[in-house]
Design a protein around this ligand. Sequence first.
Ligand code: MG
Ligand code: MG
Length: 273
Amino acid sequence: MIILKSSEEIELMRESALIVSKTLGMIAGLLKPGITTKKLDQLAEEFIRDHGAVPGFLGLYGCPSTLLTSVNEAVVHGLPTDHPLKEGDIVSIDCGAVLNEFYGDHAYTFEIGEIDPKTKKLLDVTKASLYEGIRALHVGNRIGDVGFAIQSFCEKEGYGVVRDLVGHGLGKKLHEGPEMPNFGRRGKGKKLVNGMTIAIEPMINMGTHKVRTLKDGWTIVTNDLLPSAHFEHDVAIVNGKAELLSTFQYIYEALGIESDEEDEFRTKPLVLN
Ligand code: MG
Ligand code: MG
């Protein structure tokens, strides 16, 4: 079901999204060879609770963790483990939090030390495709226009766009309508309207788009075991266009990166605190 949000509700959702953004920023500062995803998970849970929020994934659908940590060929839904991350790995960290009854849900794929240039390109294209999708998320367009924007951008690089998992509406439930596929046809699907709040999340594979689930019942990996990237933002449609609720700026602050990539999707400047 699609539940449209009032401007007051959207402001509450911005707070929920920013808790997740801050958590990812905290994690960004810790990511180096040797750290385990289980340690990150423990620190993320503490951080979220210290900020007056509740982990969003923990316990939902039986999820055993605060973070979902997907390394290399893992696409999404990887469970934290005691295996240390190593130089050259990539890890998608997906985090949810509930504050004021609303969910925040966003993700970033991080580099551990130096990664190979082909994998770096996969990350750059996947993140750029997220913004291609957000740019298409406006009144006058339909769901299929967003998917088309992401899919065409990634497929021209020869990448596989995951079909089995999709973005989603977000609100008092982690998964609300509409489904927001990262593939689609122009002019098809439901109309985009003001008040929609969406978690948009391209999952893009270096090779085949096909994926399978590991025996742990959670981790989704690429069929060809080539790397996969995943970036996710929380977005509201306000005054006809996409407005970002989440931010990667806490991550960039931790990593010493300057970026104005989010500016076009903000009506008021972001103040980091
Ligand atoms: Mg997520
Ligand atoms: Mg999501």
